[in-house]
Design a binder for this molecule. Structure first.
Ligand code: SR1
Ligand code: MG
Length: 424
């Protein structure tokens, strides 16, 4: 059966109650009297329908894949099966880092829909970063989430037959992988049809596209992304995939899940904080108003990396049950220091990879199809271009010079030097 043969139909606010009103997992929460339900479509992402459905007794999120890319329209078809991969990723993330992702109440593969926990009063982190709001425990939750999901989805931890079965399962998410491979690693480096950028960047864009070192390194990173099925990645871990309140942080939307290199998720995440940092002058009401907030963003980045590396190290020492770096070869031979040496090497590889992946993420969010609200909502084009230019300068450095950047302090210095320079 192909997707064309099935009885799929997109939900609307008017049909949702009649179509979902007899599903126990939903009526348990909203009640059986669907006349009390209200549905609002709130999808503001690039791909799907998202409904908040409420009644007097509860609320749920209903997320349904559309057969095309919502951002572009039906000229860009996209398979419905991405909901299946999101469902499988959410189940695995919930096991590996309990309490951080939404609980699933119901999954309908044919209708490509997932009914899940509605996080309220949480907002999308990207909105909070534009508003200049600080969040407690944000870095801790994100650092732990990355370390636990990335370690526990790999051959450092899993039964290898199960991991191989998972690699086979997620390999089917080829079309979403293709979006990442194309939009992140290739499109920004030539005049691709879907690209767009702020006009004042024309000169810099031409320079970047002539930059042989940048193009070669971006492609080395693409090769790493395509060839290294190390662990199950979230696959799209930017600040639009994080929901927050003052005290809680949650991670959503793993429909791009795939097996890939450990450094990818964390690199994409840090890139989005660095872009939020450079975008702040476009959101302040007086010059310098957001200086303190920019420092807070850099503190968050420092802490995410610290928490990630400590938790990854703890898991390495306490949960290394997979086929890689077996205890029988190291600790059991009285060679704990050898296992520490191997850990240091792995963290060093992850560090260099994450810098590179962060760099290409920054560049693509400025030049390729899918941009970020922090930049796009800056109305003054000259201000927007100067924020974006700073990001591009950092992105290029991270991609080309990642092997020469040894610590987060060096990145912090680099970010601050770039921030002080006159750009346009
Ligand atoms: C066509 S989809 C564009 C982007 O939106 C998603 O959130 C991913 O980041 C993807 O690259
Ligand atoms: Mg998304």
């Amino acid at each position: 059966m192909t997707e064309a043969d099935i009885d799929y139909a997109p939900l609307t606010v008017d049909t949702l109650a009649s179509r979902l009103g007899d599903i126990a997992a939903i009526t348990d929460r909203l009640g059986t009297d669907t006349s009390n339900w209200t549905a609002t479509e709130v999808g503001d992402g690039n791909l799907n329908l998202v409904f908040i459905v409420k009644s007097k007794t509860g609320s749920v999120i209903v997320k349904q894949a559309l057969p095309y890319v919502r951002l572009v329209g039906d000229s860009w078809p996209l398979p419905l099966k991405r909901a299946y991969f999101e469902y499988h990723a959410l189940i695995r993330q919930a096991e590996r880092d309990p309490g951080t992702v939404p609980e699933i109440y119901h999954f309908d593969e044919e209708q490509a829909l997932i009914v899940m926990e509605f996080f309220t009063p949480h907002i999308i982190l990207r909105q909070g970063l534009m508003a200049g709001t600080q969040y407690r425990d944000l870095a801790k939750v994100l650092g732990l989430f990355c370390a636990r999901t990335l370690f526990r989805g790999s051959d450092l931890s899993m039964d290898t037959a199960k991991r191989k079965a998972d690699v086979a399962l997620f390999v089917g998410n080829a079309e979403l992988c293709d979006i990442t491979e194309t939009l992140i690693f290739s499109d920004p480096y030539f005049d691709a049809e879907r690209n767009h950028h702020t006009p004042q960047l024309d000169g810099l864009v031409a320079e970047l596209r002539r930059d042989v070192d940048l193009k070669v390194e971006a492609h080395h990173l693409k090769a790493k992304f395509c060839n290294n099925a190390e662990t199950m990645l979230h696959g799209d871990l930017h600040t639009g995939s994080v929901m927050v309140t003052d005290t809680e942080t949650k991670v959503i939307d793993p429909e791009f899940a795939l097996y890939g290199p450990v450094g990818f998720d964390i690199g994409m995440l840090l890139a989005n904080f660095w872009m939020a940092y450079f975008a702040q002058p476009g959101h302040e009401s007086a010059p310098g108003e957001r200086d303190g907030y920019q420092n807070w963003i850099l503190d968050v980045v420092d802490e995410i990396w610290d928490v990630f590396s400590s938790e990854f190290s703890r898991l390495w020492r306490e949960e290394r049950t997979g086929i890689l770096y077996e205890h029988s070869l190291f600790e059991d031979q009285g060679q704990s220091l050898a296992s520490e040496q191997a850990l240091a090497h792995r963290l060093q590889d992850i560090w260099q990879d994450l810098l590179g992946f962060a760099g290409v993420e920054i560049i693509r969010r400025t030049l390729s199809l899918a941009h970020i609200a922090e930049y796009d909502l800056i109305e003054d084009e000259a201000v927007r271009a100067s924020c974006e230019t700073r990001g591009l300068k950092l992105g290029r450095q991270l991609v080309v010079n990642r092997k020469g950047i040894s610590s987060m302090n060096s990145v912090r210095d680099l970010v601050q030097v770039i921030a002080r320079k006159d750009m346009i």
